[in-house]
Design a protein around this ligand. Sequence first.
Ligand SMILES: Cc1ncc(COP(=O)(O)O)c(C=O)c1O
Length: 365
Amino acid sequence: MPIPVSNALHKYLNKEEQIGGYEAEALYTETLNSIYLSAANLLNCSPSEIAFVESATRAWDMAFYSFKFNPGDKILTTIAEYGSNVVAYLQQAKRFGVEVVFVPNDEFGQIDVNALSNMIDEKVKLISITHIPTGGGLVNPAKAVGEIANAASIPYILDSCQSVGHMPIDVEEIGCDVLCITGRKYLRGPRGTGLLFVRNSLLNKLEPPILDQHAAELISPTEYLIRPDSKRFENWEQYCAGKYALGVAIDYALSWDLGAIQKRIYSLAGNLRQKLSQIDGIHSTDEGVEKCGIITFTADQLEPVIIKQALFEQRINVSTSKGAGSLVSFEKRGLTEVVRASVHYFNTDEEIDHFVDVLKKIIAK
Ligand SMILES: Cc1ncc(COP(=O)(O)O)c(C=O)c1O
């Protein structure tokens, strides 16, 4: 988290400690509400289309599980789909007899938009894809997918967990109807925060799978009325300090300009990829025409977790991506686990040189 974001988190928690939870919320009502406008500015949508939740996964779930399916309906998705999303498709497949179809990749490893276009028929009830997968630097062509979905009037969910804060995301330009955000990744917000965008035109067609008295009003002992806006996907009880700090993180990202952030990240990532490509025994596992700030690779004879630990001992943090998160893609490519180095705009080319030097020593041992 950048200092203004962690300061906001501490400030809010201190206020809760000093005056109490309800009292802090009352004091900061206006600021807490301003996150909807900040998120709307970030995505080019209306504040009424935004919900605040605890994670990207829960945001996505709340929208996805609102769709109703009939036997034989099809959900079209990508090979690079996030594992949790695939679990949810399979659960609905089991419940409703939906067919889950993985659209093939093109020769670059991104979703094949021509194949997608040819697969559209009256049985397709949802197109749902991941923009940047958890286990690779690929950026799926979200806008081209949006054009196909919109032309066929099929709802379109974009899992943009790893792209928001990483690059400009404009829901009008992309044409998605639903989009999910996590606070803790490229937005540099606190953990335990997430946002959901659901297009106004879809809202009254989607009854959330879970309702409480914030999402719906109890108007008589036998009736409730669901709120008209995206807050129908929220809980009454919220992580207020996180909400406050996430709003600050969004404004902070906007103050740097998302186009400039993307340019800087892509430049650092390009540098790292190029240097990694010159190391014998290191193999890039990034696919796609457009490659982002997530750099993945494997090494001959060294397990990704060993590399991660050795880098950690040199105060370099990477993660590894394995198994369930990217199962469909990894199975197709014969991968089990990769090292994942994610750069952000605050990294430097000197740090990349250092990273490469340390990595070379680790694999030479
Ligand atoms: C593509 C994708 N979607 C969703 C998520 C889940 O995000 P969260 O942990 O905020 O639920 C991740 C996390 O790695 C991800 O990579």
